[in-house]
Write a protein that binds this ligand. Sequence first.
Ligand SMILES: [Zn+2]
Length: 232
Amino acid sequence: MVQKYARAACNNCHLRLPKPYLHSVTAKEQTGSSGWGYSLGRSVYGKKKSKGTSARFYSPRKRYTLKTRWYCTNCFVVKHPRVASSRGVKSKKQIEQEALKRERQIKERKRKERENRKKSFKRSKEGAVKLRSHIQEQIKKNKQKFSKSNINNINLGIQKLNDAIETANPFTGENEQRFNALNNRLVTKTKSLKSTFYSNCTNLKLKLLFSFWTDPWKWSVAGIILLGVLIS
Ligand SMILES: [Zn+2]
């Protein structure tokens, strides 16, 4: 058996629907007023002694009644947005728009993530390549300052970094874990080549210069502290 529901018309678009598909809004509505008027007090007719007039004027009195109006979902969310949202009522259009918005937000977030990964990857790779050529240059220029085993150790570090540079690739979105692993390797090998060079460089001046080249900010901080000590 199909249950029959009473039908009502949407107050806005006059679409007739069974009441379960409509939304009711009950509100006080002004139904009219008693209009202007006046009355004369008894004193005018009665005791002549009384002074003044006691004529009374009535301002229009507003009358209200509770009235229930029905709306289809589309008109309800437009005409009474606050009531609709408090009842959790959304039109099809609203639901679609919200879904679209969410989709756009997700896309935007993913785009930003990709952008950040790209940037950080570029930074790591550039740093690795720069370090490699700097070290190669240092060795070439100061060959006599390194022992053969020192050079072998450093070359081994360079070789490892080369592998890491070659295998690391920009993130294409396919295998996140592999991307992270390869990029972490790049960062790790860069760091380890730094320390390999540092520990295999026995010349103090070269060591200091290298340290300054790799961490200029550290030296700036040290310089500022030293200056502070000298001034005070
Ligand atoms: Zn309607």
